[in-house]
Design a protein around this ligand. Structure first.
Ligand code: CMC
Length: 382
């Protein structure tokens, strides 16, 4: 029996340091709160790096040189197609099934067709190659399933388009404007990594048993889906839709706060003074609203943001602006969380690889609060 004390209990693991990591830092400069990927601030990455460069940074440890980027991007572009049995499966899964559930199944199926399926789970180089294939294929998986569930013809991946433009083209059947492509790419950069959030933690727990990278990503997708985590971007859109018009916003939010409702897209376990990702994305929402010529959703969002921030001291998190951003791109609400997943797979993979490179089984303790020392009565006396 181990000797650790069960007196120290941290509900929700708040404040527990469960890992060392060189991937992301949410402390920011001098502990002031902020987000850095491998030492680079997201503010700098937002203006200075594409999703491909950021994914390379997470998986390979530093930003790529131009030749490294060319090769990495080439590998992604040539890995975008899906195994045919997976595409056939999309035709059989009922269209009512949520795309996040289908994405979870997709990654599991993709593992069966990975050319290195039998590589040892601790093979660092094979894991990086598997991660690269997942980054490329998950985007196609999300887009193909979306088109099939809507009864639309598939739009094949195009090797002449970058990751973001190709995804939007596969979903909408139209190459996006440069403003849309840029905003989408930025949202992927901001979604791609976030230290030991719940889904990353579950991926690390899974592979800490020396399970494989695909199992870790499947676990992470299942965890991300919940509305307190990645599912919040879909819920945030439902808030805006329920409010419906700028004129309703003030009374809607005051009623909701009076009823002590949880307002989705607000609050954060780590950031108590504001989520830096939300600040960056909000600016892009304004730009896209201008491009589509409809600022209604911005005028609905603003009074809600003001009220929740000032009255509850809960600033918006990344999921609040991203919901509007994806709406402006004509993306179905049920794609919002799968898009989060297809961005985050780079961060999840980096953490899985880091875990396996320095592994120790994750096995915490629980404090027992059930009845003690019970005796079994014969069944006829229970
Ligand atoms: N609206 C209203 N009240 C809230 C909210 C909210 N969004 N968030 C927290 N609270 C209240 C909560 O009701 C509780 O009040 P009381 O003490 O009176 O019972 C108090 O704040 C503490 O809540 P908690 O859930 O223990 O706090 P936490 O730090 O664990 O919460 C959170 C973090 C993200 C789960 C929570 O803020 C929340 O549920 N937000 C809405 C869902 C959401 O937007 N999730 C996305 C998170 S960020 C990006 C991502 O992972 O996708």
């Amino acid at each position: 029996m181990s000797t650790e004390s069960v007196d120290r209990y941290y509900p929700g693991l708040e404040g527990v340091i469960a890992n060392e990591t060189a991937i992301a830092n949410v402390e920011g400069k001098e502990g002031a709160g902020g987000l850095e990927y491998r030492g680079y601030s997201i503010e700098d990455l937002a203006t200075g790096a594409s999703y491909e460069e950021t994914a390379f940074l997470l998986l390979h440890g530093d930003l790529p040189t131009s030749s490294q980027l060319r090769e990495f991007d080439g590998r992604l572009r040539s890995s975008r197609t899906l195994p045919l049995p997976l595409v056939d499966l999309y035709r059989q899964i009922p269209s009512s099934i949520h795309p996040m559930d289908v994405l979870r199944t997709s990654v599991s199926v993709l593992s069966h067709y990975d050319p290195e399926v039998n590589a040892p789970p601790t093979d660092h180089a094979a894991n990086v190659r598997k991660a690269e294939r997942m980054i490329a294929q998950m985007a196609t998986a999300v887009a193909y399933r979306e088109r099939i569930s809507k009864g639309l013809d598939l739009v094949a991946p195009r090797e002449d388009l970058d990751h973001s433009a190709n995804f939007l083209n596969m979903v909408n059947g139209q190459v996006p404007s440069e403003t849309m492509r840029r905003a989408f790419d930025l949202s992927l950069v901001l979604y791609t990594e976030h230290e030991l959030n719940a889904s990353t933690f579950s991926a690390r727990v899974t592979v800490s048993t020396l399970s494989d990278i695909y199992s870790g990503i499947v676990a992470a997708i299942g965890t991300l889906k919940g509305p307190l985590h990645g599912g919040a971007n879909e819920e945030a859109w439902k808030v805006l839709e329920q409010v419906g018009s700028p004129e309703n916003a003030e009374s809607w939010i005051q009623d909701a706060l009076a009823r002590k409702e949880r307002i989705m897209g607000f609050g954060h376990r780590v950031y108590k003074t504001g989520d830096p990702r939300a600040r960056i994305l909000k600016e892009y929402c304004t730009r896209l609203a201008a491009e589509v010529g409809d600022d209604r959703w911005e005028r609905i969002a603003e009074p809600i943001e003001q009220a929740v921030t000032s009255q509850k001291n809960l600033p918006p998190n990344v999921d609040w602006p991203s919901a509007r951003l994806y709406h402006y791109m004509n993306l179905d609400i049920e794609l919002y969380t799968p898009i989060f997943a297809m961005a985050r797979v780079a961060g999840w993979s980096a953490h899985v690889i880091e875990q396996l490179d320095h592994n120790r089984l994750m096995r915490p303790r629980a404090r027992y609060i059930g009845p003690p020392n019970r005796e079994i009565k014969p069944i006829e006396q229970r």
